[in-house]
Design a protein around this ligand. Structure first.
Ligand SMILES: [Zn+2]
Length: 255
């Protein structure tokens, strides 16, 4: 364990890190994205595994994300895609707001309504009031490198897909988008270097068509069930790239 922590600290030292962007996987669809100076968390604090179907962050990772400790430093924004408990934790968001005085939270109104006001933090809670009629994109006021757009997941559940542009690397997080119902045109004017997608895209013609329509983007699957093994993942995804297992990392070279 001590060796692992040392390795993580080493990897984060400025002497080694250039402006490359690192995506560190936490659990399910939870990611920490950083260029070494600025970082965001998306769907990273969660509470409901749905009876063990989906992995949750370890206790250590959860505490470090809330406190802003290594390896989860420099987080300026805690973003959530939708209200399901394998993607968002309103109580965790309150803890984050109280622990990190400069951090902001942004999520659909369905989530922010459940984030009771941590002392003095109301101004740092951004309710994203997007809908099928007004899908965005919408820019986060405090941080113009972050924008969200509403894309269909399930009737009655607002799903905000997040676009983060750090060090010239453009990343899209699709949350639980359902490709056969989704209107992807909200992102027609945006180029992506990386697309993080729920694994079912790879198993549905509409999902594959969307990924194929973005041939320049590096497509990476996640939301893989906790019980998956290398064999079941390969059966489901073939040779496609994926994130699975807390602490897995992908490094994207910036131009
Ligand atoms: Zn989900």
């Amino acid at each position: 364990m001590r060796m692992l922590v040392a390795a993580a600290l080493l990897a984060a030292t400025p002497a080694i890190a250039s402006a490359d962007v690192t995506i560190r996987f936490i659990a399910n669809e939870g990611v920490y994205i950083t260029d070494g100076e600025t970082a965001v968390l998306i769907d990273a604090l969660t509470w409901n595994s749905y009876d063990g179907t989906y992995a949750l962050p370890s206790d250590e990772a959860r505490a470090a994300m809330i406190a802003g400790d290594a390896p989860y430093e420099n987080v300026v924004a805690l973003l959530f895609t939708h209200i399901h408990g394998d993607h968002s934790d309103p109580a965790g968001a309150v803890e984050f707001l109280n622990a990190q005085g400069n951090g902001v939270v942004a999520a659909s109104t369905q989530i922010t309504d459940a984030i009771s006001n941590g002392e003095g933090a109301a101004s740092r809670i951004n309710s994203v009031a997007l809908s099928a009629e007004e899908p965005g994109p919408w820019q986060l006021p405090a941080h113009d490198f972050i924008e969200g757009a509403w894309v269909f997941h399930r009737e009655g559940v607002d799903n905000i897909t997040w676009h983060v542009n750090l060090a010239g690397v453009s990343i899209l997080h699709l949350g639980d988008t359902q490709p056969q119902m989704a209107d992807f045109s909200v992102w027609d004017d945006t180029e992506f270097d990386v697309i993080l997608y729920p694994y079912w895209f790879a198993q549905m013609p509409e999902g594959v068509a969307f990924l194929d329509s973005r041939p320049d983007a590096r497509a990476i699957a996640f939301h893989i069930p906790a019980a998956a093994t290398p064999l079941t993942i390969q059966a489901g995804l073939g040779e496609r790239e994926y994130l699975f297992g807390e602490g897995s990392e992908v490094v994207i070279e910036s131009e």
